[in-house]
Design a protein. Structure first.
Ligand SMILES: [Zn+2]
Length: 443
């Protein structure tokens, strides 16, 4: 079995995406997919192309979102490969990676028939002695914690795979399910060395409100680079709340990201996954995905037409780190205006235009031209979709007896090591931080 099949997005690990799998894909009995983020599902097209014939078990929402995300990734890789090939030819050199897409749109499409939906709380039997069960992880819509239960003779073992664990009390999705029993646990550690305490005390909506009101008063627009999955929908949720409470003027909100729009459609189809507050809003007829001031932008022409609007507006567009997408032309139109604000609501990786702006750049290159940065650059913290150190500990703290071992994975080395030490110290449990391609014998 395989749990998740993610793509390495960090530049320094990208060559791993190109290496052959360390196992034969056709020998697998099952794939369990925790959620639709690219670092969990991004290599599925390669897995299927290289011979996997079985089912990919996940929730229905994950299957629908992963399909959108994988097709987009394939498209970007095709574009990227074509661009690199042209550039290398022009420069008469060869790059470190082949000028081929890692996988194509056809490869991504071939994954779709393999998805098999499992509801939260349900299990699938993979072989006579192995089953896998899905529980809400509270991270993004459809995200799951997977437990794999193995029986041989009268012995049983339960292995808990966290996927990514969400923070409790986030908008839209329910809180993560906790477990009182596991023989082994494999847990993520994205924020394993951080404490969001200061974030928790900050009211996201209050920060948003102040930022919007100040910008509108100055006569500018608010431009928000945003990730298509969860962050865009959360942002719409908060904006809807502020509009309902009339804490901000009735400004138009443009969602100008085709991918965010398609993913929002998946959200709308899966109201059964919403938390109580969200259900209440829907019952009152105040959906954050179709409020009066919300304008869904479809075509590139419509996107460009936003610039002709004279009233002050809020524009949410991808990509989240300004590495591509429609956000670029909105920045071209707003970045030189001192009255406008560029508002960041998510993590900005090193080297991305988003990070360069946040680090205080005086000018920025966009679509082939350099612009002076005169707009306000603002970041709102507290949008984290990952549990922090205490959150991860709390998530494990219902265990009635110590797991035989907790494997701490899926974080930068410093975060993983720090969380493993913290967990051992707090609980006395055995923890291990596995390295790339390590193996472990479960007894
Ligand atoms: Zn994730």
């Amino acid at each position: 079995m395989l749990v998740d099949c993610g793509l390495y997005q960090e530049r320094k690990y990208q060559d791993r995406n190109w290496r052959p799998f360390q196992f034969s894909p056709e020998s697998l009995d099952a794939v369990f997919l925790t959620h639709a983020h690219l670092d969990h599902c991004g290599l599925l097209p390669k897995l299927v192309r290289d011979g996997y014939r079985g089912k990919i078990y996940c929730t229905q929402a994950t299957a629908e979102i992963a399909q959108i995300i994988l097709l987009d990734a394939a498209h970007l890789q095709e574009e990227d490969a074509a661009y690199k090939a042209r550039r290398h030819q022009r420069e008469g050199r060869r790059g470190p990676y082949p000028e081929l897409p890692l996988y194509t749109t056809e490869d991504a499409e071939a994954v779709v028939p393999h998805f098999a939906a499992v509801e939260y709380g349900n299990c699938v039997r993979v072989t006579d002695d192995i089953d896998g069960c899905f529980y809400n992880a509270g991270h993004v819509l459809g995200s799951a914690v997977v437990t794999v239960n193995i029986a041989w003779g009268c012995e049983k073992r339960r292995i808990l795979f966290s996927g990514d664990v969400g923070e409790p009390d986030r908008p839209i999705v329910n809180d993560p399910v906790v477990f009182d029993e596991a023989d082994y646990a494999v847990i993520e550690s994205t924020y394993g060395n951080r404490t969001h305490v200061e974030h928790k005390s900050i009211d996201i909506q209050a920060q948003l409100r102040d930022c919007i009101n100040e910008t509108i008063k100055a006569g500018g627009n608010i431009v928000v680079p945003s990730f298509a999955l969860e962050r865009s929908q959360e942002l719409l949720y908060h904006l809807n709340e502020l509009l309902l409470r009339e804490e901000i003027p009735p400004v138009a909100v443009f969602l100008d990201s085709p991918m965010a729009m398609r993913i929002t459609e998946v959200f709308k189809r899966h109201a059964e996954l919403f938390d109580r507050e969200m259900v209440q809003r829907l019952r009152q007829g105040n959906s954050p995905f179709s409020f009066e001031n919300l304008r869904i932008v479809q075509t590139t022409e419509e996107s460009k037409a936003i610039n002709l609007i004279k009233e002050r507006v809020i524009i949410i567009a991808g990509s989240g780190m300004v590495t591509g997408g429609r956000i670029k032309h909105h920045l071209v139109n707003n970045i030189t205006r001192p009255e406008s604000t560029v508002l960041f609501v998510g993590y900005q990786a090193e080297g991305t235009p988003g990070r360069i702006l946040l680090d205080g750049a005086r000018e920025l290159r966009l679509l082939g031209q350099t612009y002076p940065v005169r707009a306000s650059i603002v970041k709102i913290d507290g949008f984290s979709a990952h549990a922090d150190r205490e959150g991860l500990l709390a998530w494990l703290s219902d265990m009635r007896k110590p797991p035989r071992c907790v494997f701490v994975t899926h974080g930068e080395e410093i975060a993983a090591t720090s969380f493993a030490e913290f967990l051992s110290k707090q609980t006395g449990w055995q923890t291990v931080v596995p390295h790339y391609q390590d193996t472990a014998l479960l007894t």
